[in-house]
Design a protein around this ligand. Structure first.
Ligand SMILES: NC(=O)c1ccc[n+]([C@@H]2O[C@H](COP(=O)([O-])OP(=O)(O)OC[C@H]3O[C@@H](n4cnc5c(N)ncnc54)[C@H](O)[C@@H]3O)[C@@H](O)[C@H]2O)c1
Length: 422
């Protein structure tokens, strides 16, 4: 199908491979497929313009198809300059007639020009992963704020920023925080990022994890997943934290908990997963072992102090695709994977489709909910309604062939009472 829309992708000739891979992911996304079938009949998004700024992957492609099936007029740009799968971008344009502005490895100016192109679409609904579209709308394009019914936000870092905007009284339209859904962060952040981060590190470096000291910074949902999967590969995992409760949990889960000052001296591999900045700083890099490998799976590439790493280096070279070697003054070589950007998306393919099925089911149902409830939503950050969370969990269990018990009437009464049971 020839596109009717404006777009900017690497090469439309890549479309056939993208179409094959989108179909492969679709097989692992039955919940989203069921929603797509319903959307096709009910048209809950009919005529609404949507600007989505998400990692341009096969799973995102299936979400875009679902929004389009629901009647939306969709434009997609990337939420990270390195995470775009060029074949998927080409397929969306060529096969599914969806406007895409995204090229893997695009420079910063192109990245922001692509976000502007999505905003030019005059969206009534935004869908962000890291609040970049919302950022542009709240700065350079304030005149468009009034046209927007609502937005959705996919990730922890974006939700933190939007809550800060709300607290300052400056949020321009209602937001549904998809990340806060249990069927999102308990699964995507932990199991999806856990597996795909390890996958990205291994694809980029081909190192054996068994027997290595693997330092995970942050023991949130993402850090827990990375730590448990690295342990599963035989690594000796060290966790660093700033929150005493999370640190205690990591210790009781059996991980060694150290400060980054100490971990920096002994780690073979490092992976930051905090959403914070300068977690691995100049002083840490200075004491690292020869051969230390640094990666990040938090949203932005600020967790490792890359400018300091560049300053400390007497020489740099590309050691492998996605791996840059920095030779320090003391002769030690330190390796940075994927320029410190989300390693699972830059050096691998992001989360497996099966887990994105739930995250993107939340996105689709949050979009439907926002439009259906436009009249009552205020300029606040809202959680995904509990009914949607439970509905998605139930659909997922059904598609996995798992049945669960139901409360009897007597049990329901017992659990709701205060005077029964001694
Ligand atoms: N790579 C991916 O595909 C992917 C997927 C989901 C989320 N994310 C991103 O990963 C990051 C973490 O997400 P999360 O859901 O685990 O968040 P979270 O809030 O559950 O966990 C973050 C943890 O980092 C800790 N932390 C903060 N500063 C620290 C520091 N200086 N040193 C050590 N620990 C520190 C916090 O105490 C917290 O426990 C966010 O940026 C999020 O957007 C990435």
């Amino acid at each position: 199908m020839a596109t009717t829309k404006r777009y900017d992708v690497k090469d439309l000739a890549l479309a056939p491979e993208g179409i094959r891979r989108i179909a492969w992911a679709d097989r692992q996304m039955p919940v989203l497929a069921a929603i797509r079938d319903r959307f096709e009949h009910e048209q809950p998004l009919a005529g609404y313009r949507v600007a989505a700024c998400l990692h341009v992957t096969t799973e995102t492609a299936n979400l875009m198809r679902t929004l389009k099936a629901g009647g939306a007029d969709v434009v997609l740009c990337a939420s990270n300059p390195l995470s775009t799968q060029d074949d998927v971008a080409a397929a969306l344009v060529d096969e599914f007639d969806i406007a895409v502005f995204a090229i893997k490895g695009e420079d910063n100016d192109t990245y922001y020009a692509h976000i502007e192109a999505a905003v030019d679409h005059k969206p009534q609904l935004t869908m962000d992963d890291g609040a970049d579209v919302i950022g542009v709308l709240h700065s350079a394009r304030r005149e468009q704020l009034g046209d927007i019914i609502a937005g959705t936000e996919e990730t922890t870092t974006g939700v933190i920023r939007l809550k800060a905007l709300e607290a300052d009284g400056k949020l321009g339209f209602p937001i549904i925080a998809v990340n806060e859904a249990k069927t999102k962060h308990l699964f995507d952040n932990r199991y999806g990022t856990g597996q795909s981060t390890i996958d990205g590190i291994i694809r980029a470096t081909n190192v054996l994890l068994a027997g290595k000291r693997f330092v995970v910074a942050g023991y949130g949902w993402v850090g827990r997943g990375v730590a448990s999967r690295a342990r599963g590969m035989g690594a000796h995992v060290i966790v660093t934290e700033v929150d005493p409760l999370r640190a205690l949990e990591a210790a009781m889960d059996g991980f060694e908990v150290l400060t980054m000052d100490r971990a920096a001296e002994i780690g073979d591999l490092f992976c930051t997963a905090t959403g914070d900045k300068s977690v691995i700083s100049r002083s840490h890099i200075e004491v690292m072992k020869d051969g230390a490998i640094l990666s990040n799976t938090g949203h932005f590439n600020v967790e490792i102090e890359i400018p300091a790493l560049r300053q400390l280096a007497t020489e740099t070279r590309e050691a492998r695709q996605f791996v840059e070697e920095f030779t320090l003054e003391n002769g030690h070589r330190v390796y940075l994977v994927a320029d410190g950007r989300l390693v699972n998306l830059a050096a691998a393919e992001g989360h497996p489709a099966l887990v994105m099925d739930m995250s993107f089911a939340n996105q689709a149902l949050a979009a439907e909910f926002a439009i259906a409830n436009a009249a009552t939503l205020e300029r606040k950050v809202y959680p995904v309604p509990d009914e949607i969370d439970r509905e998605i969990a139930k659909l997922k269990l059904d598609t996995m062939g798992i049945e669960i018990d139901r409360l009897t009437e007597e049990q329901a009464r017992y659990l709701a009472s205060w005077n029964e049971g001694t």
